[in-house]
Ligand binder design. Structure first.
Ligand code: T3D
Length: 224
């Protein structure tokens, strides 16, 4: 599939955003291909864990801003509802763990994709950038839900309001990434973690993911 590759190694599928010249910025075909890949991974019972990464030096630079200026671009809100929100839902509802191999900058909706992974391994030079304000937007694609849950409200507000980048090292300090490794190792380390998860009990993993997700809107009694 153009702009997206899916590589298989036993029970682990690695999904690679593959537009390195544009820092893997998200076009309509790329978003559609990613949604199809997530649905394929969901249906394939032999796949038990997923790695999401980007080709080249970036993880993902968010919405392709060149495409957005084109004549065929949907109104912004429609694009978010019809293409971005389904992607974030598909990632959070996938009953298999997703490990983000954050190989470089994750900006705008690219940061949303990184935050929607279950675990993140980051390359030393990677960063997270809530670039939405630079193009006059508020953080969309789930950022305002995902980020406070990952790093706490104060840090989420700081990152969202200032638009300052968060380095991989700081992201590790805040628990946003599980581990920071040299760039050359990030995919291999993420795949090894995914393989370890894939060796676990799949239904237990799926229910664990679901229980953590549902805890945010549940009382302790409901969760018990
Ligand atoms: O539909 C909707 O609009 C709704 C959804 C919105 C959600 C969003 O994602 S909004 C946020 C969109 N993303 C951004 O605003 C980020 C824009 N990019 C940057 O700020 C910088 O590129 C980075 C900080 C990510 C990286 O900087 P740097 O200096 O390492 O690289 P660069 O030189 O800026 O970019 C390299 C190339 O990638 C360059 O192309 P060229 O000149 O070599 O042909 C640049 O134009 C291209 N590129 C980078 N980001 C995008 C992009 N092309 C299209 N869209 C991009 N988002």
């Amino acid at each position: 599939m153009a702009d997206l590759r899916v590589e298989r190694d036993g029970p682990v599928a690695t999904i690679v955003l593959d537009r390195p010249d544009a820092l893997n910025a998200l076009t309509v075909p790329l978003k559609e291909a990613l949604l199809v890949a997530l649905s394929d991974v969901d249906r394939d019972r032999t796949i038990r864990a997923v790695v999401l990464t980007g080709a080249g030096r970036a993880f993902c630079a968010g919405q392709d801003l060149r495409e957005r200026l084109g004549p065929d671009a949907l109104p912004l809100a429609d694009e978010i509802r019809t293409r971005y929100n389904p992607l974030i839902r598909a990632m959070r509802e996938l009953p298999k763990p997703i490990v983000g191999a954050i190989n470089g900058v994750a900006a705008g909706a690219g940061a949303s994709l990184a935050f929607a992974c279950d675990l993140r391994i980051a390359a030393e030079g990677a960063s997270f950038l809530l670039a939405f304000g630079r193009v006059g937007l508020i953080p969309d694609s789930g950022v305002t839900w995902l980020l406070p849950r990952l790093v706490g409200g104060a840090k989420a507000a700081e990152l969202a309001l200032t638009g300052e980048p968060l380095s991989a090292a700081d992201a590790e300090r805040f628990g946003l990434v599980a581990k920071v490794v040299p760039a050359a190792e990030v995919v291999v380390v993420a795949q090894a973690l995914a393989a370890r998860l894939a060796a676990g009990a799949p239904i237990a993993l799926a229910l664990t993911k679901e229980a953590i997700e549902s805890s945010w809107s549940a009382t302790l009694d409901e969760q018990l």
